[in-house]
Design a binder for this molecule. Structure first.
Ligand SMILES: [Zn+2]
Length: 679
């Protein structure tokens, strides 16, 4: 086991103490290998494009380049393409086909007359925009037309839709529209100077992605966008979250849903028998069949493992889980589910209503856990009118999701009581608009008392212990209630169900490092040395895991982490499951025109070693950068802040600003966004 510390506790503590983090500024600049040519796009096409014959004639250079850096631009294409096609690696690969002195670029590139786009994502389309500025005509997937042509409509709606969002689709959507000349779908052919590019629908990484297959210099080449990375890997898992209509499951509950599309699309590419696959990002894939088989096997292993510990089995039952499983594992596949653990009726001192619980003391005091609905307030008032409860002494919030928080502020005002959480998620409860997370409430809670994890409170005949408990979401807590001779109850929010782990929404940030996420939750359950019950407020029972069940859950979870480690090209699996390793803070900002706006880019170093991170912001009309911290060095596990000061002279309206984020071996253009509303 690697021993490195994550500083999330310290991060949250400093947030709570100061209202903001202090920056950790790097004295070092970006690693030299990142300074090279692909940071200067204008010269990229001319100066850095390497002729394939030059490369392939030099075996040593290839071997060295593979080892030296996964980022340096290197062509690995067979020598026979040399006359016509070049492939250079970069934050987006540069693939250029030359004929008659004219150039076609796949993904994007300078000085070309045609550019082929495989999917709509902003972190990929940036380069096509440069090609268009030079007069190129773009071909793009019909199925993603709205997102390319009318992104403004998405963003205007998203200023509201980002709250109470259960769709969980990537928001790496263009800030500005792109003028595409031709829309294509499967069966279409793009003819360019005698070369025929066949279009295949290859959904997976995005819903409407296409691939292009062409024979160039006698070799069959597939241009697959981000369908596959290298030797059977993916850039991330969170982009695959989606609804499963046939099982009546919406995006929020659809862990890896589009892995089903991925498997079908990969087989479709495999059936084409390409000699080489040239992706949008990552190395050229010179053994496509082996890479495809590896990726299919990995995602099937992942999904099988996911189902085997899945909380949804409790809520959705076996048939729906089987439907989900067969989409990705194949018809009649072995779908393993954990049998329900011991569960029984909740004791009388816990009053159940919707997704809330009310602890009632012997002399009629109440302590409320969560409040998502008016009917919870009504039920408590009814208990009061019946004389069963005299007063409410406090509200503990287990996590930020709307079904647990929408009415907390109203309840606190109604009952005149304080609201508690732990420090790690105090800020998200007070400032929900500053975050972009699933199922986000739009109702801030004023003055949350953020307690240190482990803090005890004597309340009536109870001892309450408050815990940071990052299961289901990163921003999550739990409270252990002990009284007299009763079996204690650990109220663990939505983290577990009698059928396992609540991790069906990858966007919730279930981090997998040693002392975080569910692994921290397992530790906390193991540390309780007397029998106890668990309560998940969606489940009208108390339940408990046996030692064997705990062993099973932990073993499966550690297997899952091993699979994730293999699945992503990054040096820590958290990058592949945590979309929020880099974010703007606040995510949603409001300002007047002719005003200064302060923003931050927050980056978490999930790697087991120190890393330098750098950003490059992209503003929009009427905005000017006054100053910004361009880089930061972070120890393993730490989250740091880069500050931006922006002069906003824009007209009233909604604007999207973005920033590149890069570090050694990782470079993402226009990767994070903030929504700025100018009033
Ligand atoms: Zn819930």
């Amino acid at each position: 086991m690697r021993m490195y510390t994550h500083a999330y506790y310290a991060y949250a503590a400093s947030l709570s103490a100061n209202g903001a983090l202090s920056s950790v500024n790097s004295v070092n600049s970006v690693p030299p290998c990142l300074r090279g040519r692909y940071l200067s796009d204008n010269t990229e096409a001319q100066s850095s494009r390497r002729r394939i014959d030059q490369i392939t004639n030099n075996i040593d250079e290839i071997a060295m380049s593979r080892v030296a850096s996964i980022l340096l631009g290197i062509s690995l294409v067979a020598a026979s393409h040399a006359e016509e096609m070049s492939f250079d690696r970069g934050p987006l690969n540069n693939v250029v086909v030359e004929r008659d002195g004219k150039r076609l670029a796949v993904y994007g590139g300078a000085d070309c007359e045609q550019v082929l786009i495989t999917h709509h994502r902003r972190d990929v389309v940036w380069k096509a925009r440069k090609a268009l500025a030079g007069g190129a005509k773009a071909v793009a997937p019909e199925a993603e037309r709205d997102l390319l042509e009318k992104p403004g409509e998405f963003w205007d709606a998203f200023t509201q839709n980002r709250f109470h969002d259960y769709a969980q689709q990537s928001t790496k959507i263009l800030a500005q529209p792109l003028a595409v000349s031709r829309w294509v779908k499967e069966g279409d052919v793009v003819e360019w100077r005698g070369i025929r590019f066949d279009v295949l629908d290859t959904p997976g990484y995005t819903r409407g992605a296409v691939s292009y297959v062409a024979t160039i210099d006698g070799k069959k080449v597939a241009f697959t966008g981000d369908l596959i990375y290298g030797d059977g890997q993916l850039i991330d898992l969170y982009s695959f979250q989606d609804a499963i209509p046939e099982a009546n499951i919406r995006g929020y509950h659809g862990y890896g849903s589009r892995l089903a599309g991925l498997v079908t699309s990969l087989r479709k590419i495999g059936d084409q028998k390409p000699d080489v696959v040239l992706p949008a990002r990552g190395p050229a894939i010179n053994e496509p069949q082996a890479a495809i088989e590896k990726l299919i096997s990995r995602v099937q292993k992942l999904y099988h493992n996911y189902l085997s510990t899945n909380a949804l089995h409790w809520y959705f039952k076996e048939d729906r889980m089987r439907l989900c499983g067969e989409r990705i594992l194949g018809q009649g596949a072995d779908v393993e589910l954990m049998p329900y653990s011991l569960h029984e009726k909740t004791p009388d001192w816990v009053f159940e209503q919707a997704t809330s619980r009310l602890l009632i003391s012997e002399d009629g005091h109440g302590f409320l856990l969560d409040c998502g609905y008016q009917r919870v307030i009504d039920a408590v008032k009814k208990l009061m009118s019946m004389g069963l409860v005299k007063q409410i002494d406090g509200i503990f919030v287990t996590h930020y999701h709307d079904d647990h928080t929408d009415m907390v502020q109203a309840a606190a005002e109604e009952f005149g009581c304080p609201v508690y959480a732990t420090k790690e998620y105090e800020d998200i409860l007070e400032n929900p608009a500053a975050y972009h997370m699933p199922a986000m409430t739009s109702n801030p809670i004023k003055d949350v008392k953020g307690l240190p994890s482990g803090e005890k409170m004597k309340w009536q005949e109870f001892e309450l212990t408050f815990h940071f408990f990052p299961g289901q979401t990163f921003y999550h807590g739990a409270v252990l209630a002990k009284k007299n001779d009763e079996r204690p109850i650990f109220f663990i929010g939505d983290a577990f169900a009698p059928s396992g782990i609540d991790d069906y929404c990858v966007l919730n940030r279930n981090l997998v490092h040693a002392d975080g996420g569910f692994r921290l939750c397992f530790q906390k359950l193991r540390q309780l040395d007397e029998p106890f019950w668990l309560v998940n407020e969606h489940i009208p029972y108390v339940f408990a895991f046996s030692n064997d069940e705990m062993d099973y859950l932990e073993k499966r979870y550690s297997q899952r982490i091993d699979i994730l480690r293999e699945l992503f090209p990054w040096d820590a699996p958290n990058y592949g499951i945590d979309e929020q390793w880099a974010v703007f803070y606040p995510y949603g900002a409001e300002t007047k025109s002719n005003a200064k706006l302060k923003l931050q880019v927050r980056v978490t170093n999930h790697s087991p070693h120190r890393r330098d991170f750098a950003i490059k912001p992209h503003l929009t009309e009427g905005m000017k950068l006054i100053s910004y911290d361009s880089k930061i060095a972070l120890p393993p596990g730490a989250t740091g802040i880069m500050h931006l000061h922006v002069q906003v002279d824009s007209k009233p309206g909604n604007y999207v600003i973005t920033s590149d984020v890069r570090s050694e071996g990782m470079e993402f253009r226009e990767w994070v966004e903030a929504l700025v509303t100018v009033k």
